[in-house]
Ligand binder design. Structure first.
Ligand SMILES: [Zn+2]
Length: 411
């Protein structure tokens, strides 16, 4: 899928610092070749949140030890990441008329920024509206830009806007973020609706009508159960983990994972450290980390040297308090457990890049071939790994869109 990458790089005048087979992590040449052959998609790229950061350039090659940015075009080539879902994330602000209007403006601005990124670099990116689009775009050596929404609050003031978002390219809809909203309960807030609200149930019906995939990551168990019951097509958890490995509201218990598999749905596994292992319960450590953060200010604005210095100081504080950071093995524990519970037809990768994801040994997208290697080591074959990296996701999209077409054709 990436044979043309180098040519695209040349045509952009963006010869990457490393070729696709370049400076990535140590995996065998066979693994690298397998990884290159596959369609590699991640279902939760929070990178659009950085598109408006002054100075951020998606075509510039950043380093994980010198900046907060985890996804850029040269590293997509290096990590063999063909693309995925680029997220319209809206922080949950105050609800009510003013807050909902602010969310509406925020959502539309973010949609514009994603479309602008693609329009500015048409040789490198293309918006995908269907599963076939994704296959075609990746085969042409370009990066696949599916668009999703995390937190449906931009629709709270006018749920009818969902049709407009759909026309602009939206193909996946997540109900909540870390707080409840007008559509339903969050997994990290006090239950308010007991699942989906009446407006949330209407929104689900409208999403089905349009052929969108519904996303239950961040939503409460009640919303998850409602989505399984109400959605006419299989749902997704775009970035979640296993409650059996680490009990946390953001993760799903095995029973629900089995229910998701029975419904035909898919979970894409998150690499957000705080949801993989217990955090340090150490006030002195927390106070020092907070003071460090204040001293350095907005990490997005730091020079490479300053950011590296920040990381060094952060690591020293962790070491002083014997705080263990989540690492690649912790990530694989969640992924392999979920694979065992649900099977390879229902699992994928949604690491939450640029949204807080990334752990020691899986710091940015250049490490993705390591996941392929670990899956091979665990006994999964090419067909399974192809489903995990993209096949399952495309199946979900095809099902959602085919059902919408069939519904429309009814007399
Ligand atoms: Zn999230």
């Amino acid at each position: 899928m990436k044979l043309l990458t180098f040519a695209v790089g040349l045509s952009l005048g963006l010869l990457p610092l490393a070729t696709p087979a370049g400076t990535g992590p140590q995996v065998s040449p066979q693994t690298r070749q397998l990884h290159e052959r596959l369609l590699v998609l991640d279902t939760h790229l929070d990178t659009p949140a950085y598109l408006a950061v002054p100075g951020f350039d998606i075509t510039h090659r950043y380093h994980h030890h010198g900046s907060v940015f985890q996804v850029d075009l040269p590293r997509m080539w290096e990590g063999g990441l063909d693309g995925g879902f680029w997220v319209i994330y809206t922080p949950q602000g105050p609800r009510g008329e003013t807050g909902n209007r602010d969310a509406q403006t925020h959502g539309l601005l973010r949609m514009n920024q994603i479309r602008e990124m693609v329009a500015t670099h048409p040789d490198a990116f293309e918006i995908a509206l269907t599963a076939d689009d994704a296959e075609r775009i990746a085969a042409a050596g370009k990066r696949v830009v599916f668009i999703s929404m995390e937190n449906a609050s931009p629709l709270a003031s006018d749920p009818g806007l969902l049709a407009a978002y759909h026309r602009l390219g939206l193909r996946m809809l997540g109900i909540t973020h870390v707080r409840n909203n007008d559509f339903g309960d969050s997994s990290t807030d006090t239950p308010e609706w007991g699942g989906l609200s009446p407006a949330g149930k209407q929104l689900v019906a409208e999403a089905n009508r349009l052929g969108l995939v519904l996303d239950a990551s961040h939503a409460s168990d009640g919303v998850f159960d409602d989505l399984i019951a109400l959605s006419k097509t299989p749902i997704i958890l775009s970035h979640s983990g296993a409650d059996a490995v680490f009990a946390h509201g953001r993760n799903r218990d095995d029973e629900r994972l089995r229910a998701l598999a029975r419904q035909g749905g898919v979970i894409h596994v998150n690499a957000f450290a705080g949801y993989l292992i217990p955090g340090p319960d150490n006030p002195a450590h927390a106070a020092e980390i907070a003071a460090l953060g204040e001293r350095y200010g907005d990490r997005k604005q730091l020079s490479a040297e300053r950011y590296a210095a920040y990381l060094q100081e952060r690591d020293a504080i962790d070491a002083k308090h014997a705080v263990q950071r989540a690492d690649f093995d912790d990530y694989m524990k969640h992924l392999l457990h979920i694979l065992e519970v649900m099977g390879p037809d229902h699992v994928g990768i949604g690491a939450d890049w640029d949204g807080g994801g990334g752990v020691v040994g899986l710091e940015d997208i250049t490490s993705l071939p390591k996941i392929t290697q670990a899956l091979l080591d665990a006994g999964y074959g090419e067909q399974d790994i192809a489903k995990i990296w993209g096949g399952n996701l495309l199946r979900l999209l095809r099902q959602a869109q085919a059902a919408a077409v069939a519904e429309k054709a009814k007399p």
